[in-house]
Ligand binder design. Structure first.
Ligand code: FES
Length: 74
């Protein structure tokens, strides 16, 4: 299980690249809702790195849903 560093506005967390990104951050760092990619309350904007949402690579600057997304790099 490759591990990657996830940086939010204030902290850095370590994530398992085989687990959804939202599992690596505490509730205080991102809003959590359905955890299925439906409610969209968890949406974030990608500032850098390689993230896949539902198998599609997210472009830098694009919003994504960390509950259904996986980091492939820091
Ligand atoms: S928690 Fe509902 S879309 Fe992510």
């Amino acid at each position: 299980m490759p591990m990657v560093n996830i940086r939010t506005q204030e902290h850095i967390y370590i994530a398992d690249s085989e687990q959804p990104l939202i599992d690596a951050v505490p509730d205080s760092a991102v809003m959590k809702g359905c955890l299925k990619g439906v409610c969209r309350v968890c949406r974030c904007k990608l500032k850098g790195g390689v993230v896949y949402e539902s198998g599609n690579q997210v472009a830098v600057g694009q919003e994504f849903l960390p509950c259904i997304s996986y980091a492939h790099s820091d």
